[in-house]
Design a protein around this ligand. Structure first.
Ligand code: DGY
Length: 338
């Protein structure tokens, strides 16, 4: 699909190891930016204007930058999500996007479970009590948490990560599992006894609602004031998907007025979360700085997969983990016909 130039030029952006950069340098001229800031932005744009491929995490690309990058053929993102990329504009130009699925599934499910434990047992709030020297008497009822085991776990979006969270809940904590999905998941149903529900049913029945859907126009503010009103007042919301899946002002309202009990949030509409946001200080919120996949092992594996995805294209072995492969093929075919 990709047209082979005389020598591939790759722009690489945080964070690749020396070995990964060396592997890319075997087949391409690589310009590496360990970080992007105002002092190297012009260098980055210049390199991009000549590049055939871009690889990295947190790629901040927009249409104007694509206009200035006429030779770009491949974008290898070090993430499973690609909602940060201007996919429509990339599709129009036939630029292939490759992502990093699977390698982060278990780690992200661990993060979701950490949030579930934290919100149910009020871990952060109570650990802060000790840290701040305020543990002066036996803990009484006002500090009790809520069990995790045996509670009903609702998985909104039972894809790979959702299924891995469901497995932890069912097999580790004896939790009844409910899930929403475009199609039924016989494996989850047989192995974990999971039951498929509509979103409204799941919201009404679950003690913990865990969001695992990808972000796109269909899931923008998927959890709005109406959806939050359907949840039990004792329930908690956990989000490891994307911040904009939730209407944040409706969520703040629901938490402030006890329409739901608590929230565990790893993702936000605006990241980093502003210190002014009520979500950063509410006692019934556990907020983490988008750490879903952020372990040494998993971030290394993600970077390696992105490198392998790119090398596959650059060495003529075709697209690997391409998310818009069919579109790129159509654009290439149309270009041949004209
Ligand atoms: C992803 O891979 O999309 C994660 O959200 C990045 O941490």
């Amino acid at each position: 699909m990709a047209e082979k130039p005389q020598k591939w030029r790759v722009v690489a952006l945080r964070r690749l190891s020396d070995a990964q950069l060396a592997a890319l340098s075997q087949v391409a001229e690589v310009t590496y930016f360990e970080d992007l800031n105002s002092s190297n932005q012009a260098d980055f744009l210049l390199a991009l204007s000549k590049a055939h491929a871009l690889i990295g995490g947190k790629l901040e690309l927009d249409e104007a930058m694509l206009e200035q990058a006429p030779q770009l053929q491949v974008v290898a993102t070090i993430s499973v999500g690609y909602d940060h990329l201007p996919l429509h504009a990339l599709n129009q130009r036939g630029i292939l996007v490759c992502n990093t699925p699977d390698v982060l599934t278990e780690t992200t499910a661990d993060t979701a479970f950490a949030l579930i434990m934290a919100v149910q047992r009020r871990l952060v709030e109570l650990a802060n009590l000790v840290r701040e020297g305020d543990w002066r008497a036996h803990i009484g009822i006002e500090h009790f948490g809520i069990d995790v085991h045996g509670k009903t776990l609702g998985i909104v979006g039972a894809g790979r990560i959702g299924a891995a969270i469901a497995k932890r809940g069912a097999l580790g904590f004896g939790m009844p599992i409910l899930y929403t999905s475009a199609s039924s998941k016989p494996e989850l149903e047989q192995r974990l006894g999971a039951q498929r529900r509509t979103l409204d049913e799941l919201l009404a029945e679950a003690d913990i609602v865990c969001l695992c859907v990808p972000y796109n126009t269909d899931t923008h503010h998927f959890i709005d004031a109406d959806a939050l009103a359907r949840m039990k007042p004792t329930a908690a919301l956990v989000n490891v998907a994307r911040g904009k899946v939730v209407d944040e002002s409706a969520l703040i309202d629901a938490l402030r007025y006890s329409k739901i009990r608590a929230a565990g949030l790893d993702v936000f509409a605006q990241e980093p979360l502003s210190a002014d946001s009520p979500l950063s200080t509410m006692h019934n919120v556990v907020a983490t700085p988008h750490i879903g996949s952020a372990t040494h092992e998993t971030r290394t594996a993600m970077a390696q997969l992105a490198v392998d995805n790119l090398l596959s294209v650059l060495t003529g072995h075709g697209s690997r983990n391409g998310v818009n492969e069919d579109t790129c093929q159509r654009v290439a075919n149309a270009a041949k016909e004209t």
